[in-house]
Design a protein around this ligand. Structure first.
Ligand code: EZ4
Ligand code: CO
Length: 405
C-alpha cells in the first residue's frame, strides 16, 4: 500500500480549521487536524510545499518512521508549524491503520482504561452572578467539573468572556486584525477570590472547579494566587505563568498545594520535560494537533505517568473536531488520563463539515466502535466556508505595555 495523494483544506465554519486527508492507492483514507490558530496558512504552505511531495509513494503503515522522518529528517526540528504539520499526517495515518484493522484507534493503543472521558465545561460571565448562573446550567446538564472565568471589574474586556457573543466561534471567528485586551494584575486579584468564594458558597463541594490564568501572572504572583485558591480546592489552576524557563515553576510549587496545569502551546516533550520530571505540575495539557499527533502524545503521556502527572488535553474551539477525536482515543486509553476540556461540538456549520458519533451524557464523552478515528470530513461542505483571516487578541497592561497571553 502506498500514499497516493494528500489534500490540505482550510475551511472557516466560524473558526478556521486546516484539515489533511491522506489517500492511499487502495482507496482508504485518513484525516488529521493541522490548525494553528492565527497562523493557519503557514502550516498549509509547509505541508503542501515541504511535506506532501516527500510522502507520496511511501507506505502509510509506517507511522513511526514517517514521524521520525518528518521530525529528525528535516534538520529544523520542533516549532509549532512543523509540529502541527507532523500532527496532521500522524493522525491521518492512525486513522488509516485503524480503518484497515477494522478497529478504533484506542484499541491499537492498548484498549480502554475507563468507560468514558470526563469533561469540564466553561462558565464565563460578565459578573460573578452571571458566571455562577452558567455554572448552574452546566451542573444541570450533568457536568461534574467547570472552568470559571469572570469579567474583571474595571477592565473594558476580559479574555474569554463572551459579552454579547453567543459562543467562542462568534467571539473569535472574524477578526482580520488582532484586537487588544487589557490586563491589570491588581484588578484581577481584587475579583478572583470573590468569584471562587461565592462559587463554593453556592455549589458546595460537589462540583470540581478549574480556572485559567492565561499566563498573565509572574511566578511569585502565581504562588500567591495558588495559596489564595487552596481553600477552594481547585481541580487545577491553568497557565499560571509562562514557563519558557521551566525552573520558574519551582517558585510557584514551593508555595502552594493548588494543582498546576500547563501545556496548550507546547510543541514537543522538550517544552515540558523538566516540569514533568521535577513534578512541578500535575496536569500536562498538550494538544495532539500542536505537539506532534497521537504518536507524540502517547509518548508524553507515558513519560508523564512515571511522575504522577496526568494528561488533560487542550479542548478550545480553535482545535478542530478531528483533534477532539484524536484526544478521545488517547484519553480513553491513557492510564494517567485526568480530564478533557470541552466547549461543545461546534456550531451547525461545523457539524455539517465534521461528522462523528461521539456522545456526551452527564459530563462524560463516549465513543463508538467505529474503526480509525471515528470522524468524517465532508470536503464539499467545507468548500462552502472558505478561509477568513482571523486573530486572537493581544494583551496589554493599562499603560500600554505588551503583556503575556
Ligand atoms: O485561549 O485556545 O484552555 N483554553 C484556552 C483557550 C485558548 C485559545 C487560544 O487559541 O486557554 O481558550
Ligand atoms: Co488555557
Amino acid at each position: 500500500m502506498k500514499i497516493k495523494e494528500i489534500k490540505v483544506t482550510v475551511c472557516s465554519p466560524g473558526r478556521n480549521f486546516v484539515t489533511v486527508k491522506v489517500i492511499t492507492d487502495e482507496g482508504t483514507y485518513g484525516i488529521g487536524d493541522a490548525t494553528l490558530n492565527g497562523r493557519e496558512m503557514a502550516v498549509v504552505t509547509y505541508l503542501e510545499e515541504h511535506v506532501v511531495p516527500c510522502l507520496i509513494g511511501r507506505d502509510p503503515s509506517e507511522i513511526e518512521d514517517i514521524w521520525q522522518y518528518l521530525y529528525k529528517g528535516v534538520y529544523w526540528r520542533k516549532g509549532p508549524i512543523t509540529m502541527a504539520s507532523i500532527a496532521a499526517i500522524d493522525m491521518a495515518l492512525w486513522d488509516i491503520k485503524g480503518k484497515i484493522a477494522g478497529l478504533p484507534v484506542y484499541q491499537l493503543l492498548g484498549g480502554k482504561s475507563r468507560r468514558g472521558v470526563t469533561l469540564y465545561a466553561h462558565a464565563n460571565g460578565e459578573s460573578i452572578n452571571d458566571t455562577l448562573d452558567k455554572v448552574q446550567e452546566h451542573v444541570d446538564q450533568g457536568f461534574k467539573a467547570v472552568r470559571l472565568q469572570s469579567a474583571i471589574p474595571g477592565l473594558k474586556v476580559t479574555y474569554g468572556v463572551l459579552g454579547d457573543k453567543k459562543d467562542y466561534f462568534e467571539l473569535q471567528g472574524n477578526r482580520p486584525l488582532p484586537p487588544e485586551d487589557e490586563w491589570s494584575t491588581q484588578k484581577y486579584f481584587n475579583s478572583i477570590v470573590d468569584l471562587m468564594r461565592q462559587a463554593r458558597a453556592r455549589f458546595g463541594n460537589e462540583v470540581e472547579f478549574l480556572h485559567d490564568v492565561h499566563s498573565r501572572l509572574t511566578p511569585i504572583e502565581s504562588a500567591r494566587l495558588g495559596k489564595l485558591m487552596e481553600e477552594f480546592s481547585l481541580l487545577f489552576l491553568e497557565d499560571a505563568s509562562i514557563a519558557e524557563n521551566q525552573d520558574s515553576y519551582k517558585v510557584i510549587r514551593q508555595h502552594t498545594t493548588t494543582p498546576l496545569a500547563i501545556g496548550e502551546t507546547y510543541n514537543t516533550i522538550w517544552d515540558c520535560k523538566d516540569l514533568i520530571q521535577n513534578q512541578l505540575i500535575d496536569y500536562i495539557r498538550v494538544a495532539a494537533t500542536h505537539a506532534g499527533g497521537i504518536t507524540a502524545l502517547r509518548r508524553i503521556a507515558d513519560f508523564a505517568s512515571i511522575y504522577n502527572v496526568k494528561i488533560a488535553p487542550h479542548g478550545a474551539p480553535d482545535l478542530s473536531p478531528v483533534c477532539f477525536a484524536a484526544h478521545m482515543h488517547l484519553n480513553i486509553w491513557a492510564p494517567n488520563f485526568g480530564i478533557q476540556e470541552f466547549v461543545g461540538f461546534g456550531n451547525d456549520k461545523s457539524k455539517e463539515i465534521f461528522k462523528h458519533n461521539f456522545t456526551v451524557e452527564n459530563g462524560m464523552a463516549y465513543m463508538s466502535e467505529a474503526p480509525g478515528l471515528g470522524i468524517e470530513f465532508d470536503e464539499e461542505a467545507a468548500l462552502k466556508y472558505p478561509y477568513k483571516r482571523s486573530y486572537l487578541p493581544v494583551s496589554r497592561l493599562e499603560d500600554g505595555t505588551l503583556w503575556n497571553w
